[in-house]
Design a protein around this ligand. Structure first.
Ligand SMILES: Nc1ccn([C@@H]2O[C@H](COP(=O)(O)O)[C@@H](O)[C@H]2O)c(=O)n1
Ligand SMILES: [Mg+2]
Length: 292
């Protein structure tokens, strides 16, 4: 497969079952773009984990580190991050054990954010000042999908208003994109008053929070899937898709690489170790979409 998709030979690529991954990629090509849909996580998957030698912000971090949050609020939000993030990525706890703790984290953070007098009209500037970056190669990724009418479903436990703004500012918010995430609800003065439900956290990214959207039912003829994620919780994002025939799961392993590699290799078809680019995903997509 390496000569058809040269990016699969990149130093970051780890594959437990290369034959299996190659067979899936071949099937995706045989089925063609009219059968394809892409389901992707946002934070630390489409956005970068490292930028300029520092951690890049998630959509939540963009708000919690911003100038609109009081000093005390920022400290409380940071304390919560330092307590819950190690739990979120702990390879020795099951998703079932983590779930109530994730609900606790997200709920406490949203409660704190609601106390901060955040204005809808400030979001664009907050994003501009945040230093967030999409992964290298993002333009080719978003543009290829758009040009070939491949639907891109972004399923994020981040903050929808913020991540939409990031994609908009990068000029790649094309018509083929649908986002499901945690959206803010603003009052008549444009001030944040609550988050709209249902709450989406790292370990409930599945059909349970998509009730009533009908998105996957409308795409029921698109039975080929490329799934991109960076967390073990992202693996369930396609659970609501009917009639899946081929699914290629690509996982970005950004943090605590040695401890987590085994579980990622078992779960993802392709694991990208500390890779801040979309080069491998772009290479696979190019191969699938090119008529040869
Ligand atoms: N208060 C929080 C809660 C979560 N995060 C991070 O956000 C990411 C979830 O969004 P996805 O687009 O990846 O679903 C995940 O990486 C959490 O660690 C946060 O930074 N602050
Ligand atoms: Mg993520």
């Amino acid at each position: 497969m390496g000569f058809r998709v040269p990016e699969l030979r990149n130093a970051s690529v780890r594959i437990q079952h290369p034959e299996r991954a190659a067979a899936i990629i071949r099937s995706l090509k045989e089925q063609g773009p009219s059968k394809l849909q892409v389901i992707s996580d946002f934070d630390m998957t489409l956005s970068r984990f490292w930028c300029h030698g520092r951690r890049c912000p998630t959509s939540h971090n963009i708000l919690s580190d911003s100038r609109v949050i009081s000093e005390d609020g920022r400290k409380q939000l940071k304390d919560l991050l330092h307590y819950y993030y190690p739990i979120e990525i702990d390879p020795n706890r099951t998703p079932e054990e983590k779930q109530p703790l994730m609900v606790e984290w997200w709920s406490r953070v949203h409660e704190l954010l609601v106390q901060q007098n955040i204005h809808k009209e400030d979001i664009a500037q907050i994003v501009r000042e945040s230093g967030v970056m999409l992964r290298d190669g993002f333009k080719e990724w978003f543009d290829q999908l758009h040009e070939h009418n491949v639907p891109l479903f972004i399923f994020s436990a981040g903050v929808g208003d913020v991540l939409e703004e990031i994609i908009r500012q990068a000029n790649v918010f094309h018509a083929n994109i649908n986002v499901v995430s945690n959206y803010m609800d603003f009052d008549e003065n444009g001030v944040l008053r609550c988050f709209k439900g249902p709450l989406i956290h790292t370990y409930n990214k599945n059909n349970s929070v998509l009730q009533g959207t009908e998105y996957f039912q409308q795409l029921s003829t698109r039975t080929s899937i490329i799934l991109l994620g960076d967390s073990m919780g992202d693996l369930t994002m396609a659970d609501g898709v009917p009639n899946v025939e081929n699914i290629l799961k690509i996982g970005f392993l950004n943090d605590k690489v040695e401890e987590r590699m085994g579980k990622y290799l078992d779960a993802y078809d392709i694991v990208l170790e500390r890779d801040e680019t979309l080069d491998v995903a772009n290479g696979i997509l190019r191969y699938i979409l090119t008529e040869t």
